[in-house]
Design a protein around this ligand. Structure first.
Ligand code: 5GP
Length: 193
């Protein structure tokens, strides 16, 4: 799971880190937010209305879900479960309340928090993206500050001041997590993975 304020550059970091790897996939979330210019339904998100979202919540079709600055977001359960059962690494780009829910259900999930070098830089990135009103940007900054105050349960913290370095940090975390002794004990007995 990768979390951090909108504008921290999470998806850039992850895409850079896993480029060309076939053992990774991304979970595509549902959201009630309207698409930004350039966003495509089924690629960045499945864009759905509130009624469908509420129904997915009721039918337990979402692994986790949360409200973020007046919109609902959620992770479709079936895709994640299918890919995990195929042995894939599944990346979820989700905010902190959702990350908490996933950790409860999947204690082995690795939690990474990505932040921009400063709040000023975050504001600058959100303004220069030009896709949100100043009011929404202020809402996102307030939300980012709240998230920082609660993010101490994450396993890793990456500062995205340079996308290449941040991607290398992400790759290092993935590599280390795959070397955990508890998942490799058979090697100690002459076995194979
Ligand atoms: P944005 O509107 O900028 O695409 O995303 C806003 C926030 O929602 C980001 O922090 C992003 O990580 C989070 N988010 C995206 N998809 C999901 C999801 O499926 N569940 C949860 N809990 N958060 C999500």
């Amino acid at each position: 799971m990768i979390s951090g304020p909108s504008g921290a550059g999470k998806s850039t970091v992850v895409f850079k880190a896993i480029e060309g790897r076939t053992d990774f996939c991304f979970s595509t979330s549902v959201t009630t937010r309207k698409p930004r210019p350039g966003e495509v339904d089924g690629r960045e998100y499945f864009f759905i209305d509130r009624a469908r979202y509420d129904e997915m919540v009721r039918q337990d079709e979402l692994l986790e879900h949360a409200e973020y600055v007046s919109n609902g977001y959620g992770t479709p359960r079936a895709y994640v479960e299918q890919k995990l059962s195929e042995g894939m690494n599944v990346v979820l780009d989700i905010e902190i309340q959702g990350a908490r829910q996933v950790r409860e259900k999947m204690p082995d999930a690795v939690m990474i928090f990505v932040i921009p070098p400063s709040m000023e830089e975050l504001r600058r990135r959100l303004v220069s993206r030009g896709t949100e009103s100043l009011e929404v940007i202020e809402g996102r900054i307030r939300r980012a500050k709240q998230e920082y105050a609660e993010a101490d349960f994450y396993d890793y913290l990456i500062v995205n001041d340079d996308a290449d370095r941040a991607a290398a940090d992400f790759a290092a975390i993935v590599r280390a997590e795959h070397l955990r002794a508890k998942d490799r004990l058979q090697l100690l007995n002459g076995g194979h993975l």
